[in-house]
Ligand binder design. Structure first.
Ligand SMILES: Nc1ncnc2c1ncn2[C@@H]1O[C@H](COP(=O)(O)OP(=O)(O)OP(=O)(O)O)[C@@H](O)[C@H]1O
Length: 260
C-alpha cells in the first residue's frame, strides 16, 4: 500500500553555497522531514548548522541544490501566499501605523480587503495591541514591534508560518511572554509552524517536535516528540520532565563538543 504523504515533505534536501572567495560550503546535507498539518515544529542547533537555510528553503526564498520540498503536494520553487514569514527583525515601515503595517500587502492588492481588516482587528486584539492600532513603529517597544510582525504574517491566513528566531533580540521577560502568547495564537489558529531558535529551552517549550541539527555539514541528528500537556506554562520549565527533554537535546551538542 502506498504511504500517505505528510503536509510538508522534505526529501533528501541539500544546499551548497559558493562563497565570494570561491569556497564551497555544504550548509545542509540530505535532510528528510515529514511534517503533519497543524503541528508546531522547532529547529534547534548551534550557529551555522543550517537552520535558516532549511527554513528559507521551505519558504521558497532560496533554491535547494538537490532534493525536494513540497507543501500540500505542491513542489516549492518560490514564495507563495500560503506561507507567512516572521524574521528576527520585523522590518516595519516607519511611516505607516501599526494597522497600516499589518495590512500593507492588502494595500498593494490581491487580497479580500474586508476579510484582511477583520483578521487584523482580531489578531491585534489577541496579541494585546488594541489601542495601539494608530501608533507608529517608533512609538512601540521591541516586543510590540515583533507582535506587529507576527500579526502581519497571520493576517493573510497562511497555512504555514515560518519563524526565524523571532524573539532572539528581545529581553528575557518579553521573550517569555511572547512564547506563551504565540502558543495561544497557535492553539486557536492551528497553523503549521516551523520555528527556528538556538535556545534549547524555547525549542522544547513551544514544540510538538524538536528537530535537532548539527553543523559541518548541516544535518538533522535527532527528532524528539515533546509530550508535555498544553497549554504549557512557564512553571513547567522547572519540572523534571521538561529538564529531561532539554538534556536530550543538549547531549547532542555536548557530544559534538559544541557549547550552547
Ligand atoms: N548566502 C550564503 N553564502 C555562502 N554561505 C552561506 C550563505 N548562507 C549561509 N551560508 C553558510 O551556510 C551555513 C549555514 O548557515 P545558516 O545561516 O543556515 O545557519 P544557522 O544555523 O541559521 O546559523 P545562525 O544560528 O548563526 O543563524 C553556514 O556555514 C553559513 O556560513
Amino acid at each position: 500500500m502506498e504511504q500517505l504523504e505528510s503536509f510538508i515533505e522534505i526529501k533528501k534536501a541539500s544546499k551548497k553555497f559558493v562563497t565570494r572567495s570561491g569556497d564551497h560550503v555544504t550548509a545542509l546535507t540530505d535532510v528528510n522531514l515529514s511534517i503533519d498539518k497543524g503541528k508546531f515544529i522547532t529547529l534547534v542547533g548551534p550557529s551555522g548548522c543550517g537552520k535558516s537555510t532549511l527554513l528559507r528553503m521551505v519558504g521558497g526564498l532560496i533554491r535547494r541544490s538537490s532534493g525536494s520540498v513540497s507543501i500540500g503536494g505542491a513542489e516549492i520553487e518560490a514564495p507563495t501566499a500560503g506561507i507567512g514569514m516572521v524574521f528576527q527583525s520585523p522590518v516595519l515601515l516607519p511611516w505607516r501605523t501599526v494597522r497600516q503595517n499589518v495590512t500593507v500587502a492588502a494595500d498593494i492588492g490581491g487580497a479580500n480587503r474586508r476579510e484582511v481588516d477583520e483578521r487584523a482587528t482580531k489578531f491585534l486584539d489577541m496579541v494585546g495591541l488594541n489601542g495601539f492600532e494608530d501608533k507608529y513603529p517608533s512609538e512601540l517597544s521591541g516586543g510590540m514591534q515583533q507582535r506587529v510582525g507576527i500579526t502581519r504574517a497571520l493576517v493573510h491566513d497562511p497555512e504555514v508560518l515560518l519563524m526565524d528566531e523571532p524573539f532572539a533580540a528581545l529581553d528575557a521577560m518579553t521573550k517569555d511572554k511572547l512564547q506563551v502568547e504565540l502558543q495561544s495564537l497557535w492553539m486557536t489558529s492551528r497553523k503549521t509552524v516551523i520555528f527556528v531558535t538556538h535556545s534549547i529551552q524555547e525549542a522544547v517549550f513551544l514544540a510538538d517536535r524538536v528537530i535537532v541539527l548539527a553543523p559541518r555539514p548541516g544535518r538533522v541528528v535527532d527528532d524528539i516528540t515533546i509530550e508535555l500537556p498544553r497549554p504549557r506554562t512557564l512553571e513547567m520549565i522547572n519540572s523534571r520532565e521538561f529538564g529531561d527533554y532539554t538534556s536530550a537535546v543538549r547531549k547532542h551538542f555536548e557530544a559534538e563538543g559544541l557549547v550552547q
